[in-house]
Design a protein around this ligand. Sequence first.
Ligand code: TYD
Length: 218
Amino acid sequence: MSLFITFEGPDGSGKTTQIELLTAYLRTLGYDVLITREPGGTSIGDQIRDVLHDVKNLEMTDEAECLLYSASRAQLVHEVLRPHLARGGIVLCDRFADSSMAYQGYGRELDLKAIHFITQFATGGLRPHLTVYLDLPAEVGIERKHSAHTAEAGEWNRLDQQTLDFHRRVRQGYLKMAEAEPSRWLVVDATRSITDTQATIRMRLELLLSKAKKVTVK
Ligand code: TYD
């Protein structure tokens, strides 16, 4: 049984912590779990990530940014995601195509249809079974990232430098996508405790696992 689960949310929403906790849990249940992230997750993807996040790359156009995220994604899908899913494993991915819709589409205000088309091309149509969105007001996300940065615990990237309005548009974009496709999305209030958030995610995942098992048995 293969499952592809993605995590979305602003910087500082706790995606990494939730992914680590969920991985440990699923592994104790005996599942073959692979964790990866975007942009990056492959050698080529990590090189693209450096170009994308370098705060010196001020001249990067929005279109180039969009295509670079997609290029990294194409490599990850081909090299990592599809092979693991084909072996019947579970993939937990820190960001995926919905990030491009949210940041480049709603945030940068690039054409949503164009991003959809580019994403299809890059992924060959691979879509998550479940997308967990850790929702946080834009101000709180930025504040959390700031404290992490000053404590040298976080990486400060080009996207973090955007205005509060940009981050608000990104959040509205996520909420809109989640509303349009509730069967794929789980929206969790990320101001809640780590334990509560994890419990909510596990509950939804168990539902998905039991459904997937029934399908496999048939
Ligand atoms: P990262 O340092 O991985 O932070 P985070 O913990 O928030 O995931 O930075 C990823 C950044 O890249 C984040 O600001 C969102 C942005 N991004 C896009 O703009 N478009 C995309 O398609 C992806 C995958 C990420």
